[in-house]
Write a protein that binds this ligand. Structure first.
Ligand SMILES: Cc1ncc(COP(=O)(O)O)c(C=O)c1O
Length: 389
């Protein structure tokens, strides 16, 4: 039986970063290459998102827009139902994407030269933002036991103790796909509190969690542990809306929120895209069943990859992701340099994100996007077979 997400959609000619800009950013001629790098998926948004957008477009007046009570309630209700988190309207700081919020928070809560810590390997833009805000990068390497990532709390504590001003925490984790447990989340929050380190948490993958795992938000820990905390949440990954540029950053402590509020005013980020608000509101209001079904589809892709690796490969290993649609493959046994690995994979017609962009701990790995029709994933896998065998 076919599934709606099996539909092949041609994204060429839509200014897609992933499809149209492979050549500009990676030097790969389009040809028949299958892009698997940028973390957006190739699925069409459901009609409960596109229909209200069409109606709004037909209205035709695109003046300045504010967030309505219904907008706030749609996010608050979603997070209460799905994640048992009690959000309040005053916590919200709405920005065009997560990285702008994270950058402004770094600027608000630290000074040039201050230390900002990440758990590596981690989402590459974290490094870029730390570099371009002129802060000092501190890396605490994750443990990797047969593909299962855990936090090295001893190492983390030693680094926090040395005067780290801000920790960036990705929950669930990209790449590596861990859904941090309640115990792990609590320990991170406790350590940051103990050493007066600001904690900026990126929870934009919170909704893409597979069966058997439970996401635990940092917003569920005791209020005292939230006194220097900001948490980014978004519908971008959940509903495939990254180009609509909308993230809500929650700051429970209103005193600590002042610096960000002031930055948002300085940069004029106090009015919002009408289309982004409508799309997100409708998604949060109507998306529960659709998301359940989409998660099953992604989980099936996750299984496809896992079975493929188990059956066919001996020198590449894959531990099934607990979260995200971004698979993290360990290719170190192939014995290739990152450049050689990249060249061979590109030659085979697949374009992953190379692991080293997530930090030194990602060397020898690739990240493969599973957010595509299963038939396309199968094509990617048979192409990779030639490289990996
Ligand atoms: C963990 C994480 N944070 C942030 C982003 C980017 O978010 P935005 O496009 O909202 O800035 C991504 C995109 O892949 C991501 O994976």
């Amino acid at each position: 039986m076919t599934h709606e997400l099996d539909t092949l959609i041609n994204r060429y000619g839509t200014d897609s970063l992933k499809w149209d800009y492979m050549e500009k950013w990676l030097g790969v001629a389009k040809g028949d290459a299958l892009p698997s790098w940028v973390s957006d998926w190739d699925f069409k948004a459901p009609s409960f998102i596109t229909q209200p957008l069409k109606e709004r477009i037909d209205h035709g007046v695109f003046g300045y827009s504010e967030r309505s009570d219904e907008y706030f309630s749609s996010v608050i209700d979603w997070w209460a139902t799905r994640h048992q988190v009690d959000l309040r309207k005053e916590y919200f700081h709405t920005t065009p994407g997560s990285m702008p919020a994270i950058a402004m928070l770094i600027e608000s809560w630290s000074n040039v030269g201050d230390q900002v810590l990440v758990l590596s390997p981690v989402y590459h833009a974290f490094y870029r933002t730390i570099e371009h805000t002129n802060r000092q990068l501190v890396v605490s390497a994750l443990n990797n036991e047969d593909g299962y990532y855990t936090i090295d709390f001893e190492q983390l504590e030693t680094k926090l103790k040395s005067g780290v001003k801000i920790m960036l925490f990705c929950n669930p984790h990209n790449p590596g796909g861990r859904v941090w447990t309640q115990t792990e989340v609590l320990r991170v929050c406790e350590l940051c509190h103990q050493y007066s380190t600001y904690l900026i948490v990126d929870e934009i993958w919170a909704d893409i969690v597979f069966s058997g795992y439970k996401f635990y938000s940092c917003l569920r820990v005791a209020p005292v542990l939230q006194s220097q905390m900001a948490v980014c949440i978004a519908g971008t990954k959940t509903f495939g809306l990254p180009s609509l540029r909308l993230t809500n950053t929650m700051i429970p402590n209103q005193q600590e929120a002042k610096a960000l509020k002031s930055k948002l005013l300085a940069y004029g980020i106090d009015v919002y895209s009408a289309l982004s608000l409508i799309a997100n509101q409708s998604a949060y209001r109507n998306g529960h069943l659709w998301l359940e079904d989409t998660l099953k589809y992604l989980e099936n892709n996750n299984q496809l990859l896992f079975d493929f690796v188990e059956t066919n490969l001996t020198r590449v290993s894959y531990r099934k992701q607990e979260s995200t649609y971004l698979a993290w493959l360990d290719c170190r046994l192939l014995g290739l340099s990152d450049d050689e690995l990249e060249t061979q994979i590109h030659k085979a017609g697949v374009i992953p994100t190379m692991g080293h962009s997530f930090g030194d701990q990602g060397r020898g790995f690739i990240r493969l996007n599973l957010g595509c029709p299963a038939s396309v994933l199968n094509q990617k896998l048979s192409r990779l077979h030639r490289v990996f065998i």
